[in-house]
Design a binder for this molecule. Structure first.
Ligand code: FAD
Length: 623
């Protein structure tokens, strides 16, 4: 039976990719259905109850700048906020928050339930309907058919999911949820390249059985960071501390003694795990010389007795998990509420996607999130937003949006995936971006909000607040550039107490802020120069834009230079073998990847700048 209503966009899966995708499409005014296994798990954090961190925080701010939900939800659910790398430059500073798992789910669900143009339906999606290589709808577990112009699949770790605890294993999408077997089989029958990955999670502990007196307390930061450009500190619930403890030699001995029953070390698990989020058995194997590893003892919520011991993810048998947990300082009497486990699942090679996240083989079918080989809520949310927006744009007969690498971490993420693919769960790092100085957390709105507004992702309220902020920044920068102080000025006298080199000639306020020992806030405290902006975000921009102007300009020049060739097209049937000087390996890689542009060719691993020069020379000669 076909459902009575047809949709423009159907999003399958209500995790981090799916909720952003559904909200994005609906914000853009198209009729959207979110089809998910279980209403109660909308926005569920499968693993660590935390959002942000280095590289990931940047993605959250970008999602927010494009009107997404993640930053607003964590502002309402964060119980410990920190700014990582606070003492380093603004490019690598990153916000991270520990989440109350259930408050986060509530915030996401509330956003979904209040979103115009969005309907939710609870059922498993078992099949997709394809006619003449174009998706036209989906079929649920009970045989109900929904018609749609586009479909976005965001089913996370559920496709063919197998859960492992020691040598025991069973089918599951994550602990407590069923796997997607029928859909996995259907997608495997399509011409996409498919493989297996794995990820894992630690045992959860009962907070009442831990001894916090012997652990190191870690409070959040003051002043409290805020994630959303539209958020404020008063959005946050009560704040509580995390704690830190460590593994020891005894823990490591227990782990080693259990490796003969480890699914990873006995070859039962074949999928590759996340290199940067390794299991504890992986860590003691890879870093054999270390006799201790740090564990962050993170509460799962304000009213929850569950503790997430971050750092001891494991798929060892339960008896080994029990002994290893109890060998840790402060965990001597710990009760395990949920065992740790690993999960293996299908993912699809993202090189079979266009930059819009539409699949190359089935028109109107988009993939986003963990299904594309990534790991992490933030990476999933970012892809979801883009895929949902592009699915909506397609139904409006408009061109897809894609973000460039110099514009956004989202651009870096999608370009890396679509161009290079991935062999292991992909997570974001600031080191993946060439233009880090421009892609900062603090300016994500300046980089992206206008682009979001253009396609309908950004509402009037955010747009008005953004424009007001930009105006404040520009006016203040002009004032600081135009206002001079003379050595005899009363302000100079006060300033000379703070400055290394005293004011001996006329200086603009802009010049003074450029001095390393001076900040905008300090300068505004000097008599007659302030009070300055009382808009914290605008004040931060004024300082960063003035202090780093030279570096920022240099990076913009570099971008302009590389953009000149970035968009140079490579014919789809190009015979790379005819270019003399290219190694067989380079020819094979280019032939395999068939990059659409020189820019994409240059980012394929193993493609050297010398090879790109040969390509450019050849193209110039033959065009
Ligand atoms: P998910 O959040 O998994 O959401 C998928 C959604 O699709 C769910 O709502 C599900 O119910 C629904 N669904 C699935 N199949 C169907 C279907 N057929 N029909 C309808 N609905 C369906 N990330 C890290 O960064 N670090 C880690 O250490 C880490 N460890 C992890 C450990 C485990 C055990 C798991 C399960 C995940 C872990 N992750 C980790 C990954 C993180 O949870 C995911 O990257 C993130 O949740 C992916 O978001 P997603 O939206 O792609 O998928």
């Amino acid at each position: 039976m076909f459902y009575a209503e047809d949709y423009d966009v159907i999003v399958v899966g209500g995790g981090h990719a799916g909720t952003e995708a559904a909200l994005a499409a609906a914000r853009m005014g198209v009729k959207t259905l979110l089809l998910t296994h279980n209403m109660e798990t909308l926005g569920q954090m499968s693993c660590n109850p935390a959002i942000g961190g280095i590289g990931k925080g940047h993605l959250v701010k970008e999602i927010d700048a494009l009107g997404g939900v993640m930053a607003k939800a964590i502002d309402k659910a964060g119980i410990q906020f920190r700014t990582l790398n606070a003492s380093k430059g603004p490019a690598v500073r990153a916000t991270r928050a520990q989440a109350d798992r259930s408050l986060y789910r509530i915030a996401v669900r509330e956003a979904l339930e209040h979103q115009k143009n969005l309907t939710i339906f609870q059922q498993s999606c078992d099949d997709i309907i394809v006619e003449n290589d174009r998706v036209t709808g989906v079929v649920t577990q009970m045989g109900l058919k929904f018609k749609a112009k586009t479909v976005v699949i965001t089913v996370g770790t559920f496709l063919g999911g197998t859960i492992h605890i020691g040598l025991e294993n069973y089918k599951g999408g994550r602990a407590g949820d069923p796997p997607s077997i029928a859909l996995a089989e259907r997608l495997r029958a399509l011409p996409f390249r498919v493989d297996r990955l794995k990820t894992g999670t630690p045992a959860r502990l009962d907070a009442r059985t831990l001894n916090y007196d012997v652990m190191q307390k870690q409070p959040g930061d003051t002043p409290l960071p805020v994630f959303s450009f539209m958020g404020q500190v008063s959005d946050h619930p009560e704040q509580i501390p995390c704690y830190i403890t460590h593994t020891n030699e005894k823990t490591h001995d227990i782990i080693r003694s259990g490796l003969d029953r480890s699914p990873m070390y006995t070859g039962v698990i074949e999928g590759i795990g996340p290199r940067y989020c390794p299991s504890i058995e992986d860590k003691i194997n890879r870093f054999a010389d270390k006799d201790s590893h740090q564990i962050f003892v993170e509460p799962e919520g304000l009213n929850s007795i569950e503790i997430y011991p971050n750092g001891i993810s494991t798929s060892l048998p339960f008896d080994v998990q029990f002994d290893l947990v109890r060998s840790i300082k402060g965990f001597e009497n710990a009760h395990i509420i949920r065992p740790g486990y690993a999960i293996e699942y299908d993912f699809f090679d993202p090189r079979d996607l266009k930059q819009s996240l539409e699949t190359k083989f089935i028109d109107g079918l988009f993939f986003a999130g963990q299904i594309n080989g990534t790991t992490g809520y933030e990476e999933a949310g970012a892809q979801g937003l883009l895929a949902g927006a592009n699915a909506a744009l397609q139904t409006q007969n408009k061109e897809a949006i894609s973000l460039r690498r110099d514009q956004a971490y989202i651009g870096v993420l999608i370009d890396d995936l679509a161009t290079m693919g991935t062999k292991e769960p992909y997570r974001m790092f600031t080191s993946r971006a060439e233009y880090r100085l421009l892609l900062r957390e603090d300016n994500a709105d300046i980089r992206l909000t206008a682009a979001g507004r253009e396609v309908g992702l950004v509402d009037d309220e955010r747009w008005a607040a953004f424009n007001e902020k930009i105006e404040l920044i520009e006016l203040e920068k002009q004032r600081l550039k135009g206002q001079y102080i003379h050595p005899n000025h009363v302000a100079a006298e006060a300033l000379n107490k703070q400055l290394k080199n005293p004011v001996t000639r006329e200086h603009s306020l802009e010049e003074l802020i450029r001095r390393p020992e001076m900040t905008y806030a300090e300068l505004m405290k000097v008599p007659t120069l302030g009070p300055g902006l009382d808009h914290a975000q605008a004040a931060e921009q004024v300082e960063i834009q003035i202090k780093y102007a030279g570096y920022i300009e240099r990076q913009k020049d570099e971008i302009a230079k590389s953009l000149r060739h970035e968009e140079t097209l490579l014919p789809p049937d190009f015979d790379y073998g005819q270019i003399s000087g290219l190694s067989n390996e380079v020819v094979a890689k280019l032939t395999d990847a068939r990059p659409e542009t020189i820019g994409k060719a240059s980012r394929i691993s193993g493609i050297t700048p010398a090879a790109i020069s040969l390509l450019l020379v050849y193209l110039k000669k033959h065009n």
